[in-house]
Design a protein around this ligand. Structure first.
Ligand code: SUG
Length: 446
C-alpha cells in the first residue's frame, strides 16, 4: 500500500556559541581548524539561507532549535555547584577541557540527531525516531536528552524512542549512517544501516568508528522494520582512516539511487546484492559509484562531494545534488559534477550552497539536516514553530542579528557574558518557535 508522502528536511539552527574547538578525533576539518575565530552570526545566517533556498524550491523545510550551551547539567553532574556563574567560572578554572566540550554548538548537525524511519516502513504505521546517543565524542554525548525533547515537541504524533544505552557497544550516530531508498516516498522502502565496527570486537587502530552494528540492529528492531527490507553494510577502514567519520561523508542516497565513493564500503558487491534482494518486488536500485581514479578519497572528503543533499525537486525527473561551495572549488569534484549532470544518470543537477562556517567543523549541507519523510497529514501535525515559513525566516533573521556575536574567539568563551547572552537568546527562541517555557535546562533551574 502506498500513501502520498514527501521528504522534509529539518535543519539544526546553529547556536550562539558556534566555535572551532578541535573536539572531534577523526574529523579532519575539526582538527585542522581548531582555534580559529568563529562567526556565530554568519554561521546561523548561512544555515538559515540554505533553509530558505530549499523552501523556495518547493521542498518541505523544518527547523530544529539549538541546544543550551554551556550545558550546565553536565557540569553540575561533574561536581560543580553554586549559581550558574559559579559553575561557569569554576569549570573554566578546574576543568577547562570539559568546559570546552560543554560549549560546543554541535547539535547543529541534525543528521546526527536521530535515526528516522517513516510510517510506511514501520509495522505500526507510525513515524519512528531514535535520538542518537553520540557516545563516541564527549561534546556530542550530552545532546540526546535535549534532542529527545526537541523531537517530541516537533513530532507529537510520532514514536520518539529513548537513545540507546550510552555504552561503546551501542555507539550510535543517527541518520548520518542510514539511508532510505524507495520507489515513492509513501511506499514501503529499503533501509540501509551502515556501521563502522562490531560493538563487541576490539577497537580498530586508527580513527574511531562511531557506529556499531549492534546499535543499528537495535534501532531497526525498535522501529518495527521488516527484516527483509533492512540491509546492514560495513564501512571500509580506508574511508574511516581517510576521515569519513560518518558514512554520509562518502555516500548519500535518495529514491532508488545510492551515490557513493568507490572506497566507501568494505564489500561493495555485497552491499549492492543485499540492497537488490531487499528491494525485490519494490523497485530496481540504481548505484552511482564514483571511481577512485576520478575523485580521490582525499578530494572527496576535503571537498565534501557526498555530504550533499540529494533531493527530488518538484517538477524535475532527475535528482538534484545540493553541494557545498567547497565541491565547486575543488577541480576533481567540480569536473566530476559537470560530467555527472551532462550524462543521463539519475542525478541531473548540482546546486552549490555556502555553509562555510559549518564546513570548517566537518559539517556540510547534509550534516545540517535531518530527513523526515511525512505524509500530508503528518506534516500538518508538526509543531508550527518547527515548520519553516517566510514569516519565521524574517523573525529568525532578526533574532540572530540581535543576539549573536559577529565573532567568537577561543578566549571569548571564557567570558560569562557569553552564557548570559545565549540563555537570553534561547529564552526568546522558545517563544518564537512555540517550544514552551520549560524547554531548556536553564528555564527549569537545572
Ligand atoms: O560530529 N563536528 C561534527 C561534525 C558532524 C558532521 N555530521 C555528519 N557528517 N553527519 C562531528 O565531528 C566539531 C566540533 C568542534 O571541533 O568544535 C564537530 O563536532
Amino acid at each position: 500500500m502506498s500513501t502520498i508522502a514527501q521528504e522534509a528536511n529539518f535543519d539544526g539552527l546553529i547556536g550562539p556559541t558556534h566555535n572551532y574547538g578541535g573536539l572531534s578525533d577523526g574529523n579532519l576539518a575539526s582538527a585542522n581548524n581548531a582555534g580559529l575565530v568563529a562567526s556565530p552570526r554568519a554561521a546561523a545566517l548561512q544555515g538559515l539561507e540554505k533553509m530558505k533556498t530549499m523552501h523556495e524550491a518547493g521542498l518541505r523545510q523544518g527547523i530544529l532549535p539549538p541546544q543550551q550551551r554551556p550545558h550546565l547539567p553536565t557540569l553540575r553532574r561533574a561536581g560543580f555547584t553554586g549559581t550558574d556563574q559559579d559553575v561557569f567560572e569554576a569549570a573554566w578554572q578546574h576543568a577547562p577541557r570539559l568546559m570546552k566540550n560543554c560549549l560546543s554548538a554541535s547539535s547543529m548537525w541534525a543528521a546526527n540527531a536521530a535515526t528516522v524511519s517513516p510510517s510506511p516502513d514501520s509495522v505500526n504505521g507510525r513515524l519512528q525516531l531514535t535520538p542518537a546517543n553520540l557516545s563516541t565524542m564527549l561534546h556530542r554525548s550530552i545532546e540526546h536528552p535535549q534532542t529527545q525533547r526537541a523531537l517530541e515537541t516537533a513530532f507529537p504524533f510520532a514514536d520518539v524512542h529513548q537513545a540507546l544505552s550510552e555504552q561503546s557497544v551501542f555507539a550510535d550516530e543517527g541518520a548520518a549512517n542510514h539511508v532510505r531508498l524507495c520507489e515513492s516516498r509513501g511506499a514501503q522502502g529499503v533501509e540501509l544501516f551502515v556501521y563502522g565496527r562490531d560493538g563487541y570486537a576490539a577497537h580498530r587502530p586508527g580513527y574511531p568508528a562511531r557506529q556499531t552494528r549492534q546499535a543499528s540492529e537495535a534501532i531497526a528492531r525498535s522501529h518495527g522494520l521488516d527484516p527483509v527490507r533492512t540491509v546492514y553494510a560495513l564501512q571500509s577502514d580506508a574511508a574511516i582512516d581517510a576521515g569519513a567519520f560518518h558514512n554520509d561523508v562518502v555516500c548519500v542516497g535518495a529514491m532508488q539511487t545510492l551515490f557513493y565513493h568507490e572506497l566507501a564500503f568494505a564489500d561493495t558487491a555485497k552491499m549492492q546484492s543485499d540492497i537488490r534482494a531487499a528491494a525485490k518486488g519494490l523497485f530496481e536500485p540504481i548505484f552511482t559509484e564514483v571511481p577512485l581514479a576520478e575523485v580521490s578519497i582525499a578530494d572527496a572528503i576535503k571537498a565534501y562531494l557526498f555530504n550533499s543533499m540529494l533531493v527530488q525537486m518538484p517538477g524535475e525527473n532527475r535528482l538534484t545534488l545540493i553541494a557545498p561551495l567547497e565541491t565547486e572549488e575543488n577541480i576533481a569534484t567540480k569536473n566530476y559534477c559537470d560530467k555527472l549532470v551532462a550524462g543521463n544518470g539519475p542525478i541531473g543537477h548540482v546546486h552549490y550552497v555556502d555553509v562555510r562556517q559549518s564546513m570548517r567543523n566537518g559539517g556540510g549541507p547534509a550534516c545540517l539536516r535531518l530527513r523526515v519523510t511525512l505524509t500530508d497529514a503528518e506534516w500538518a501535525q508538526v509543531n508550527e514553530g518547527n515548520r519553516f515559513s517566510p514569516g519565521l525566516y524574517e523573525t529568525l533573521k532578526e533574532w540572530i542579528t540581535k543576539h549573536y556575536r559577529e565573532e567568537l574567539a577561543p578566549e571569548d568563551l571564557k567570558d560569562p557574558a557569553i552564557m548570559m547572552e545565549s540563555f537570553e537568546a534561547l529564552d526568546a527562541l522558545t517563544r518564537i518557535m512555540g517550544l514552551g517555557s520549560d524547554f531548556y535546562p536553564f528555564q527549569r533551574g537545572d
